[in-house]
Write a protein that binds this ligand. Sequence first.
Ligand SMILES: *[C@@H]1O[C@H](CO)[C@@H](O)[C@H](O)[C@H]1NC(C)=O
Ligand SMILES: *[C@@H]1O[C@H](CO)[C@@H](O)[C@H](O)[C@H]1NC(C)=O
Ligand SMILES: *[C@@H]1O[C@H](CO)[C@@H](O)[C@H](O)[C@H]1NC(C)=O
Ligand SMILES: *[C@@H]1O[C@H](CO)[C@@H](O)[C@H](O)[C@H]1NC(C)=O
Ligand SMILES: *[C@@H]1O[C@H](CO)[C@@H](O)[C@H](O)[C@H]1NC(C)=O
Ligand SMILES: *[C@@H]1O[C@H](CO)[C@@H](O)[C@H](O)[C@H]1NC(C)=O
Length: 413
Amino acid sequence: MQSRMNVISLLMTLLCFCGTSTSCPSGCSCNVNRTDCSDLNQLASLDSILNQLPFDTSYLNLSNNNFTTVEPGSFSNFSILLHLDLSRNLLSTINPGCLSNLSSLLHLDLSRNLLSSLSPSSFSHLNNLEVLDLSENLLARLPVNLFSGLGSLRELVLRDDRLKELNPDQFKGLTELRRLDLSFNSLSSVPTHLLDGLQNLVWLSLMGNKLRTLQQTSLEPATALQHLLLEGNPWNCNCNLISLKHWLEWITYTGGSVDSANCSLPANLHGKDLRTIPMEMFRHCYPLYLETRNPSAADGHQVPPGSAGDCMRQRYRTVSVRRATATVVVAGVVCGVVCVMMVVTATYGCIYAMLMAHEQQQLIEGNSQQQQPLMVAKEPEQDEKEDLMPTIGKGAEAKECVGWMAFPPEVCV
Ligand SMILES: *[C@@H]1O[C@H](CO)[C@@H](O)[C@H](O)[C@H]1NC(C)=O
Ligand SMILES: *[C@@H]1O[C@H](CO)[C@@H](O)[C@H](O)[C@H]1NC(C)=O
Ligand SMILES: *[C@@H]1O[C@H](CO)[C@@H](O)[C@H](O)[C@H]1NC(C)=O
Ligand SMILES: *[C@@H]1O[C@H](CO)[C@@H](O)[C@H](O)[C@H]1NC(C)=O
Ligand SMILES: *[C@@H]1O[C@H](CO)[C@@H](O)[C@H](O)[C@H]1NC(C)=O
Ligand SMILES: *[C@@H]1O[C@H](CO)[C@@H](O)[C@H](O)[C@H]1NC(C)=O
């Protein structure tokens, strides 16, 4: 009897155990406050699954189930939920009220869905949310107030979306934000005031966007920034990037890290890392650099595309024009001097030749009376020269020499 009673009680316990476990939908694993309904591989709707779940779960994984919609109020009974993973589904929007009553939620993963638009109040009740992952969706623009209720947010992932531009107030009020991932979007500018008030931001990625320029003034409000990722942008390393280069050097010097920022333009700096380009290459920028440090001229938006390149070209042009002018002036002066020297030399030569001719003529006139044959006439000419040279030489030397030494031979001092 005793053993039979034991067997019955054991069966009862097993039945009871099986009874409680039915509150976990098939395919899910439910452990205390942790419910994993990822990869269900069945055509159940989200609501039918949620209806079978224990409400006291604090961790809920609904990843990879091809869910297409979340109905308003679906999660309203999960008021102690801390961690919700809805990644890798087919959600195209998050309607207002879908996530209401999840005010305890700390971590929300909506990555790898088909989200293309979000209503401004999608996340408005998630006062305690610390991590929001919206990566790998189709978001081209975000409502300005989308994150305004998320005062506790520490990490925001907008990686691999289709963002083309951001409103300067997009991240307003996210004073606790530490990590901001904007990589692999289509951003062509960073608004000057985008990071205003993000005084706790430590890590920022702008990798893989379409940024050609970035002003130091855009980064300065993020006073705690230590890690910056800039790779994979078509940086135009002209004078406008000098302030960024200085800022990158400063961040590195203060113990932070910056990845490479390889230049696309200008052609002579193509593929070169902005951080390692010697300042000497930006020497021509200096007057311009002082202008760009003026905050009114520093807004990335206000620089029309291509103007920076034009500006650079103009500087090159003025420099080359200046050089050409200098060359002409120098050449002119040298030519003038040479010409004057030539004229002087020619005049001197002429006068000398005339004098010589005159003397020669006098000598010939004297000799012509002898009427000697041409061959014989050469000897007296040589003699004449021998006779002439000392007289000319002595005459010329006499003017220049200070005195004559008495030693033989006579030496001019
Ligand atoms: C589950 O609850 C226990 C206490 O009941 C808590 O210590 C643990 O952190 C919780 N786990 C999760 C994932 O919330
Ligand atoms: C999701 O849908 C794809 C096809 O659209 C299918 O291959 C995949 O198995 C589905 N996943 C689940 C979990 O149902
Ligand atoms: C949810 O489940 C998926 C698939 O099993 C897993 O890759 C993912 O890391 C889980 N999410 C969390 C937050 O643990
Ligand atoms: C919440 O729970 C109550 C009962 O506890 C139930 O009647 C209601 O349908 C649930 N709401 C949702 C949205 O599942
Ligand atoms: C949200 O929670 C409050 C209590 O905190 C409750 O009164 C309200 O009915 C809940 N909303 C929904 C839609 O269940
Ligand atoms: C940037 O340039 C460095 C060397 O100049 C190279 O090693 C690196 O792969 C380049 N990065 C990219 C993303 O092209």
